[in-house]
Design a protein around this ligand. Structure first.
Ligand SMILES: NC(=O)c1ccc[n+]([C@@H]2O[C@H](COP(=O)([O-])OP(=O)(O)OC[C@H]3O[C@@H](n4cnc5c(N)ncnc54)[C@H](OP(=O)(O)O)[C@@H]3O)[C@@H](O)[C@H]2O)c1
Length: 252
């Protein structure tokens, strides 16, 4: 099969996979963090799990990107930098910011995450540096400018929301409190909202099917968890703000 066809098939597979992912996660919440529970097989330290899970999105992405014919063209390089801006932080900085003590996660979580990240990294990196075509003038295109603004807005929301959560705990603490301020005034999981907005921005700025596939899959993965988190807060805290929604301000 020619590579372009294989790449297209994998991109479509990512979109199709979003459907069972969404349905399964509505039915059962991934067992890490506040939803951790036994019965999911061997575990590893959560910090190591995060690094393992996310590293294909940095390293495999770079390997695929730099194998492409357009690797030194301006626009693909800017795309690569935007992608890595998110993933270098998520893989090598974020896990060390977490105040999670010795918490562990089932190894199946990072293994599944690695599979998804590797597939997604291939589909997006191969597109931007080989199969897609982006002249330098793309950087002045309204789709790039709007998409980049959407991406940066999502990144800011995601980083701020995660920082609020991290600082709810003093060093050594492991319990849960009600987060406040910023987008927490409106939703329970602004970190997930920011993440989804980021990858919608990526889909717009690359104006590509691989970008759209990633945005759809991210939404399918995070929307059910936002609903679970919302229910969890409502059950755990009787004084949880009633006007706060799960993921989409004023809607749901
Ligand atoms: N692209 C994707 O598909 C994808 C998938 C998953 C995650 N992510 C991103 O990865 C990041 C982390 O995700 P996550 O699911 O781990 O987020 P999370 O459940 O909101 O937790 C983030 C961190 O804050 C702590 N925390 C959460 N709520 C707290 C509270 N009420 N009081 C005190 N500490 C609290 C958690 O501790 P505990 O671990 O002890 O609960 C964890 O260390 C987010 O930015 C998310 O967008 C992306």
């Amino acid at each position: 099969m020619p590579e372009a066809e294989l790449h297209h098939a994998l991109t479509i597979a990512l979109i199709v996979l979003a459907v069972p992912t969404f349905l399964v996660l509505l039915w059962t919440t991934a067992p890490y963090g506040r939803h951790a529970r036994g019965g999911w097989g061997p575990t590893i330290p959560s910090r190591a799990g995060w690094i393992l899970m996310e590293c294909p999105a940095v390293l495999f992405f770079l390997a695929i990107y730099f194998a492409g014919a357009h690797r030194f063209d301006l626009t693909p390089l800017v795309f690569c930098a935007i992608w890595q801006l998110h993933y270098v932080h998520r893989t090598f900085v974020f896990p060390f910011r977490l105040r999670i003590g010795g918490k562990r996660m089932p190894i199946s979580i990072p293994l599944l995450g690695m599979f998804f990240n590797a597939m997604n990294a291939y589909v997006n990196a191969r597109w931007i540096s080989e199969l897609g075509s982006y002249p330098a003038s793309w950087l002045a295109d309204p789709r790039f400018i709007v998409g980049a603004l959407v991406f940066l807005t999502g990144l800011a929301i995601n980083l701020h929301a995660d920082t609020v959560l991290i600082h709810l705990r003093k060093p050594g603490e492991s319990g849960y409190k009600i987060p406040t301020g910023g987008m927490y005034r409106f939703v329970t999981s602004p970190n997930y909202l920011g993440e989804i907005v980021e990858w919608i921005g990526w889909a717009i700025l690359t104006w590509s099917l691989p970008g759209l596939a990633f945005a759809i899959y991210t939404t399918a993965n995070l929307a059910p968890r936002a609903l679970s988190n919302h229910r969890w807060y409502q059950e755990k805290f009787p004084d949880y703000p009633r006007e706060r929604r799960a993921l989409i301000p004023f809607v749901k």
